[in-house]
Design a protein around this ligand. Structure first.
Ligand SMILES: Nc1ncnc2c1ncn2[C@@H]1O[C@H](COP(=O)(O)OP(=O)(O)OP(=O)(O)O)[C@@H](O)[C@H]1O
Ligand SMILES: [Mg+2]
Length: 237
């Protein structure tokens, strides 16, 4: 299968502190891939480096055969990657439809924006019902859907999500993953960072375990779920 994203031995960090000491991973066409690992292991840093929010000090990031290492975030997004940061950032006083319009900044023309919003509303009817409602009056799960919906507006080939289920009750976690699976069925590949490691692996084709800024385990998600050491160290037994 075609490789959509290839992260090859990336090194990055903050100021003098090096956080990633050579991380590699691959996402293939239409796959859901997850990254798990303890707090502070560098999961969010990997995503920020991939999308160009953080400088890659060495190594390479290849998207669809094109070297995007060092490209700026807006450029990366215009090439077909969407990113939802940790903590589902929404603007409290903006409505649902305003958020979607904002997500469409790379689209040209009103008609294209309207068609994209239509597609999002088909997947999330609840967002259509609440299209004129401000984000601050929505529940955590609804905001997470809004975050996903906004990221979908550009019809990305790869959707990168940092902790999509954080802070959500189990019922909402399930509905966020159901949404991810529905969007994935339309051909969008996913790279997901998750605290909820079991849930992420259950829904992924393959997974990566990070520890202290390095790859620790990787492989088929089912095999990781069954791996004794992975279970004991990262999945709570
Ligand atoms: N803006 C920052 N400035 C300085 N250090 C940072 C910054 N963001 C993260 N770090 C440090 O980088 C390391 C990795 O952080 P990162 O956010 O990538 O971890 P994570 O695996 O996403 O953790 P979590 O599961 O808690 O979200 C941590 O030691 C953290 O303190
Ligand atoms: Mg994080």
């Amino acid at each position: 299968m075609k490789v959509v994203l290839n992260v090859d031995n990336i090194v990055s960090g903050y100021g003098k502190k090096e956080v990633l000491h050579g991380v590699s991973l691959t996402v293939r066409e239409g796959e859901i891939v997850s990254i798990i690992g303890p707090n502070g292991s560098g999961k969010s840093t990997v995503l920020k480096t991939v999308i160009g929010q953080l400088k890659c000090r060495s190594g390479r990031v290849i998207f669809n055969g094109r070297d995007i290492t060092g490209s700026e975030a807006h450029k990366v997004i215009s090439l077909g990657i969407s990113y939802t940061p940790q903590g589902s950032i929404v603007f409290p006083d903006m409505t649902v439809s305003e958020h979607l319009d904002m997500g469409a900044w790379i689209l040209k023309g009103k008609e294209a924006v309207k068609a994209a919003a239509q597609r999002v509303y088909e997947i999330f009817p609840i967002l259509y019902e609440r299209r004129n409602q401000k984000a601050k009056t929505m529940s955590g799960g609804e905001r997470q859907m809004l975050s996903l919906g906004r990221a979908m507006m550009t019809d990305p080939e790869l959707l990168i999500m940092d902790e999509p289920s954080i802070g959500l009750a189990p019922m909402f976690v399930d509905s966020v993953y159901e949404s991810i699976i529905r969007i994935n069925a339309g051909g969008t590949a996913f790279l997901i960072v998750e605290q909820n490691a079991v849930k992420a692996l259950e829904n992924s084709r393959c997974g990566y375990v990070l520890e202290m800024g390095k790859n620790r385990f990787e492989g088929d998600a089912k095999a990781l779920l069954e791996n004794e050491e992975v279970r004991r160290l990262y999945l709570g037994g």
